[in-house]
Design a protein around this ligand. Sequence first.
Ligand SMILES: NC(=O)c1ccc[n+]([C@@H]2O[C@H](COP(=O)([O-])OP(=O)(O)OC[C@H]3O[C@@H](n4cnc5c(N)ncnc54)[C@H](OP(=O)(O)O)[C@@H]3O)[C@@H](O)[C@H]2O)c1
Length: 263
Amino acid sequence: MMLLDKTAIIYGAGGAIGGSLAETFAREGAKLFLTGRSKGNVDRAARKINAAGGFAEAAEVDALDEKAVEQHLNMVIGKTGRIDISFNAVGIPNTKILGVPLVEMDVEQFSLPIATYTRSYFLTARMAARHMIPNKSGVIMRVTALHSRTGIPLVGGYGLAMAAMEALTRELSAELAPQGIRVVGLRPQAMPETRTIKEAFEPRARASGMTWEQWQEFLASRTHTRRLMTLAEMANVAAFMASDKASGMTGTTVNLTMGSLDD
Ligand SMILES: NC(=O)c1ccc[n+]([C@@H]2O[C@H](COP(=O)([O-])OP(=O)(O)OC[C@H]3O[C@@H](n4cnc5c(N)ncnc54)[C@H](OP(=O)(O)O)[C@@H]3O)[C@@H](O)[C@H]2O)c1
């Protein structure tokens, strides 16, 4: 087990990526503290893990609320004495941020993903780091998307938000790695089994005269493998990156686009 007895908090654990990470981390032996805005989704994720013999506790935490993040983290430290892994997998609904040409977009809609994503990653990372520094150990993680590195139409401020979080990963690492804390990210391409991707791409597929299945084939054709990544594959890489086996890895976001995007 790569994460035996590690204490991990996942923000956005009621979502597709957060939930998949939680199951994989639990299988690898981690003690999970799952958080999200809607408790129902997080409860479901925790129940699944506990039923399979793992340890998961669910809590409602708004990852944009400094006090709520701090109170929850203090509760976790009170119970376990430490925090080893902090993973921010928060995602805001794509319907609020995508689909409008930049020339027609108002500044509020443009700024929303940039402000929301960076605030939540900064808050959760900063708070975790404060508790990791005394232990001289810990891993801070975030998921981004290939929009950070390539121009894609109709994505508003989303690409900037992803690029900003990758920059924050590097900056946090530069300050924290000398104190034993690693900061790493994952940049997967679209995983079609997630609701978010279907919501984001189905209207674009329709607009291009393609079915959802044809659109997936089009995306897959741009990878070296000619298929898209699964959630389980992404979560397995994340578990390795969170583990001590990845002790040589920090200040980087791993390209999981299977060849769609060159480094
Ligand atoms: N899905 C993919 O294939 C894919 C690929 C590359 C990158 N990404 C990126 O990865 C991230 C997660 O994607 P996903 O597919 O897992 O999305 P998702 O299924 O919508 O999950 C996002 C989760 O974040 C939670 N959340 C939103 N605002 C929050 C807040 N302020 N505090 C706490 N939790 C909050 C949501 O909870 P509520 O539902 O309660 O609001 C939801 O459970 C997104 O940034 C997405 O753009 C996704």
